[in-house]
Design a binder for this molecule. Structure first.
Ligand code: NCD
Ligand code: ZN
Length: 345
């Protein structure tokens, strides 16, 4: 049995670091595990311009202890009013790495999202030209569409068109949760990739609904049937270039989750690598973990892989029931469970 695994330091290609006290409480958990992270712009108000992204990047760096080797990769939140020239400038000035498409009202703080994707053609054209990656929250938001069908319908109605119309645009279908998502990414060209969260590899929708309603297993896109989880596990552990690590760690206070209308989001940052590596171990695919966690993402984004190494070892650790985020209790993914691996260096 493999007892330890040493790989290049991984990056997180999708994380919510929040702002203010919560940022101060959670950022270090990501910085301990990852060298870089694509930071989501869904603050309130959202980060919609190069200037706002530059300021947010400074707040993230300031929230970490001096000398922490962590690079936030910034994103701009697309709206109906996004200025294509501002995005191009943000990329040229080294501020922006990607822009994020939230269909309006898809999820937490997305009320400013895009109401008609068709109107974004000039924005996508400028991004294609500038080499700015498009990160996509792939769910339709019409009230009549069942929440479990929203990803597949988005792919069919919107994503396939974007990819067809802008063949040079790099597109990441984020936090994929369905077999349809896996199949779409696999069938598309090399400019299309997908990120996969730890929770969608570990749980299906029963985890949310059997034996009582479990708000800490609720995130968006929502976990689906077992057949989808199995497709995601196969995609993540297969060693290919198209699927890579993106935690979608999305902290909310314990109170905001345990409510009559609980927030969507799972806080997985503190044990993200331990959670992922356990899946690779269970699938007998530890040899592919470095590709998923540390190599495929940088290759897709056109960035060098990290040169420093981290080691995970087989050792049990119990995940705490709550984690203090600068005075706010947050319940982590796997709370109260025993994980079989530990990050040692
Ligand atoms: C995210 C959040 O809380 O910001 N929630 C989530 O369930 N993933 C928003 C998002 O990425 O959808
Ligand atoms: Zn997210």
């Amino acid at each position: 049995m493999t007892e330890s695994l040493t790989i290049r330091r991984p990056d997180d290609w999708h994380v919510h670091l929040r702002d203010g006290d919560m940022l101060h409480g959670v950022a270090r958990h990501t910085a301990v595990q990852f060298a870089r992270a694509i930071v989501m712009p869904n603050l309130s108000p959202p980060v919609t311009t190069t200037e706002a992204a530059r300021a947010y990047r400074s707040r993230i760096v300031d929230a970490l202890s001096k000398g922490t080797a962590f690079e936030p990769l910034m994103t701009a939140y697309l709206t109906d009013d996004t200025d294509p020239a501002d995005l191009a400038r943000g990329k040229a000035e080294g501020v922006l790495t990607a822009a994020k498409l939230y269909p309006a009202n898809a999820t937490t703080n997305s009320a400013h999202g895009v109401t008609d994707i068709g109107n974004l053609a000039p924005v996508f054209a400028a991004m294609e030209e500038a080499g700015l990656v498009l990160c996509v929250h792939g769910e339709v938001t019409e009230a009549h569409v069942d929440v479990f069908d929203r990803e597949a319908e988005f792919i069919e109605r919107h994503l396939s068109q974007i990819v067809r119309n802008f063949p040079g645009l790099k597109v990441v279908l984020e936090h994929i949760t369905t077999r349809e998502g896996v199949e779409f990414v696999e069938a598309a060209g090399p400019n299309v990739a997908g990120t996969i969260t730890p929770q969608h590899l570990h749980i299906n929708r029963n985890a949310m609904l059997v034996g009582g309603i479990r708000p800490h297993a609720y995130c968006l896109p929502v976990a689906k049937r077992e057949v989808h989880r199995l497709a995601l596990r196969k995609a993540a552990t297969g060693g290919g270039a198209k699927f890579f690590l993106g935690t979608d760690s999305a902290p909310h206070s314990k109170d905001a989750k345990e409510s009559a209308c609980g927030c969507a989001g799972i806080f997985n940052a503190p044990f993200a690598l331990e959670s992922y590596v356990q899946v690779f171990d269970e699938e007998d695919a530890l040899r592919h973990f470095e590709q998923f966690a540390s190599l495929a993402g940088p290759a897709f984004y056109g960035l060098p892989a990290n040169t420093d190494m981290v080691t995970l070892e087989r050792a049990d650790q119990v995940v705490p029931d709550t984690i203090d985020a600068a005075g706010t209790p947050v319940v982590p993914f796997h709370a109260g469970e025993t994980l079989r691996w530990r990050l040692v260096a």
